[in-house]
Ligand binder design. Structure first.
Ligand code: NAP
Ligand code: ZN
Ligand code: ZN
Length: 354
């Protein structure tokens, strides 16, 4: 494959697992005929960015540029681009490409591509240069139009940015497990993912119960849409919920006891894990086998479902609750995220990267 010409753009990168993120300059390709160049306005801060920057999943290559909740304006398009024009407000999520030929890709489940995460927005492999892909903590990005999303015009672009990961990661499993009216649904962890899980489960008509380790988040949980909020460190509050849930979505970023949540499911209930803690989570047999309960996982979402989710948010006026930060506040933001102290997603104002 012919190598495109490159240009330089400013970014924030981690040089090692222990180094704070710092300003740098990276190279991106000039748009090929099917590419769109995007001036990044906002980039959400996902807990995955922190796991990745610190090599907690053991596959990070450095320098690492995180960021996969990207919203910006199209500033150039290749000659063959059909869907977008200069000036459009667009989004880019966790994927910038995939093999496009495996059964999952053909079915629109690019997140489950047989080539793995080669097409990841960061930590993937650039198909032109063979180098690691670099994410959205940068001034601009170039992406094939097939992996660029239309942003609903009525949504605040900064508050919509985290829909590109936190939004689709919670929307997809709630849809897959057909969450809706008449069901009791639990959301575990009120962070970036969890607060969107609460909003979507409520929008889909379920009875929503939020589980949080933070008593200070009870009022916010209700404001965001939960009918009930359970402080999960309170054994009596947990016991009162035993055997009552159709579905539980677990969005916790660290070690915790899954078995306590299996016990809250009804017969044939399901717990789906979207949280991605670095360490294994022990699963006891009895909480699962006794009521034919099931345990599954879910991973972001494919391009068609991500567009569907964005359009749903446009129709229902759903966005994320965000705290805007400057690019140079990212290391402090990571420390706050580790303390579960974010309401409920940091978003970087990329104009601050000068
Ligand atoms: P986040 O904003 O940091 O939220 C995580 C929440 O988990 C915290 O706010 C806290 O909620 C709870 N929590 C943290 N430590 C805990 C502990 N030790 N025990 C119990 N609860 C704890 O993170 P996020 O961005 O939402 O991401 C959550 C996880 O999902 C991360 O591991 C991330 O990598 C992963 N993720 C997965 C996918 C996927 O496709 N599956 C996509 C994106 C992210 P409370 O204060 O309410 O307890
Ligand atoms: Zn993410
Ligand atoms: Zn594929």
């Amino acid at each position: 494959m012919a190598k495109p010409v490159c240009y330089s753009t400013k970014a924030f990168a981690a040089a090692s697992a222990t180094a704070p993120l710092a300003a740098t300059t990276i190279e991106r390709r000039q748009p090929t005929p099917t590419d769109v160049r995007i001036q990044i306005q906002y980039c959400g801060v996902c807990h995955s960015d922190l796991h990745f920057a610190r090599n907690e999943w053991h596959f990070t290559q450095y320098p690492a540029v995180p960021g996969h909740e990207i919203v910006g304006k199209v500033t150039a398009v290749g000659g063959g681009v059909k869907k977008f024009k200069v000036g459009d407000t667009v989004g880019v999520g966790c994927l910038v490409d995939s093999c496009r030929t495996c059964p999952s890709c053909r079915a629109g489940f690019e997140q489950f591509c047989d080539a793995g995460m080669q097409g990841g927005t960061y930590g993937g492999t650039d198909k032109y240069f063979g180098t690691p892909t670099l994410g959205g903590y940068s001034q601009s990005i170039v992406v094939t139009e097939d992996f660029v999303l239309r942003m609903p015009a009525n949504l605040n672009p900064a508050a919509a940015a985290p829909l590109l990961c936190a939004g689709i990661t919670t929307y997809s499993p709630l849809k897959h497990w057909k969450v809706g009216p008449g069901q009791k649904v639990g959301i575990v962890g009120l962070g970036g993912l969890g607060h969107m899980g609460v909003k979507f489960a409520r929008a889909f008509g379920a009875h929503v119960v939020l589980f949080t380790t933070s008593p200070s988040k009870v009022a916010d949980g209700k404001r965001l849409g939960a009918h009930e909020v359970v402080v999960s460190t309170d054994a009596a509050q947990m016991a009162a919920q035993a055997g009552s849930f159709d579905f539980i979505l677990d969005a916790v970023s660290a070690q915790h006891d899954l078995n306590a949540y299996f016990n809250l499911l009804k017969r044939d209930g399901n717990l789906t894990l979207v949280g991605a803690p670095a360490e294994p989570l022990p699963v006891a047999a009895f909480p699962l086998i006794m009521r034919r309960r099931s345990f599954s996982g879910s991973f972001i979402g494919g391009l068609p479902e991500t567009q569907e989710m964005l359009d749903f948010c446009g129709q229902h006026g759903i966005t994320c609750d965000i705290e805007m930060i400057r690019m140079d506040q990212i290391n402090a933001a990571y420390e706050r995220m580790l303390k579960s102290d974010v309401k409920y997603r940091f978003v970087i104002d990329m104009a601050s990267l000068k």
